[in-house]
Design a protein around this ligand. Structure first.
Ligand code: PMP
Length: 295
């Protein structure tokens, strides 16, 4: 197949010609919001949940998306269809659009809407069987008094630097903590631990994104008999170290076991039985549900 087609403000362009202005606020200031969405077997997983989060993010930072929910939904479906993709990753970006070099948002009239449908692979396939090594980052999770972490905004610099810390330390991923030392999330994933058959994840108010994969995992986990309890509660680095199992999850990463954190082996150093069951059920689920692109 030839070049991928990218949607920009209602038109499709071949990837190499898909360009936006240098005066776009997304480029100048990271002034925008986005979503990462997956397509499994021709079905877009949790499309409406992602769109709802996008509109919430945009509303919170005063970006008025110029398309209705339904129009944007159709544009996403059309982008996947035009590219004839069955398994893909969609990056949907809404920036504040073109303005001048100042900060005044009233000068930006029309947001820029970009939809890219492509592949993404955060970790090599084999590592999903073995599990990854993580570190806790020195960079703190973003604070509501600066920018609400629930707003999926284009400022990922702190997450990018945290990820670099992990790579620089010879690990795969970084876990971000709050100022108080509570575990928040991975650089692009929600986090879960399992202790004494109890599944624990931080509540999003702790400084984490309201992860859509996290929600799906919670739904799945209620049906797994081996899990005796599910709680959303704050926990610390210590709880990570002494957990029986740990995994990260997100749209791009999917479900990935963590077997070492800051040099401490988690459980027996292999993906645990509950994590493996969750991974299995998650894989079964994603191909079943979702918005059918080719119907
Ligand atoms: N936290 C952060 C910081 C993220 O960027 C992501 C990826 N969107 C997640 C968590 C996981 O969210 P989701 O499951 O909705 O992809």
């Amino acid at each position: 197949m030839g070049e991928k087609l990218v949607y920009i403000n209602g038109e499709f362009y071949p990837a190499t010609e898909a360009k936006i202005s240098v005066f776009d606020r997304g480029f100048l200031f990271g002034d925008g919001v986005f979503e990462g969405i997956r397509v499994y077997d021709g079905k877009i997983f949790k499309l409406d949940e992602h769109l709802k989060r996008l509109y919430r993010s945009a509303h919170a930072v005063l970006i008025r998306i110029s398309l209705t929910f339904d129009e944007l939904r159709k544009a996403v479906i059309e982008t996947v269809r035009k590219n004839n993709l069955k398994d893909a990753y969609i990056r949907l970006i809404v920036s504040r659009g073109i303005g001048d070099l100042g900060l005044d948002i009233t000068k930006c009239k029309t947001p820029t809407i970009v939809i890219i449908a492509d592949d993404i692979s955060l970790f090599p396939k084999e590592i999903y069987e073995k599990g990854i090594e993580a570190i806790t980052s020195s960079i703190r999770a973003s604070y509501g008094d600066i920018l609400p972490p629930q707003v999926k905004n284009l400022n990922y610099l702190s997450h990018i630097l945290a990820k670099w810390e992990a790579i620089n330390a010879g690990a795969h991923e970084a876990i971000m903590l709050t100022r108080e030392g509570y575990v928040a999330e991975g650089t692009g994933e929600s986090i879960f631990i399992i202790r004494d058959k109890c599944l624990i994840t931080p509540p999003s108010w702790v400084r984490a994104l309201e992860g859509i994969t996290r929600e799906a995992i919670l739904e799945i986990s209620w049906k797994i008999e081996e899990i005796e309890d599910i709680i959303e509660d704050i926990f610390t680095r210590y709880d990570l170290y002494v957990a029986d199992e740990c995994f990260l999850c997100g749209t791009a990463a999917e479900v990935i076991p963590v077997v070492k954190i800051d040099g401490r082996v988690i459980g027996d150093g292999k993906p645990g039985s509950i994590t493996r069951e969750i991974m299995k059920r998650f894989r079964e689920r994603v191909v079943q549900e979702g918005v059918d692109v080719y119907k």
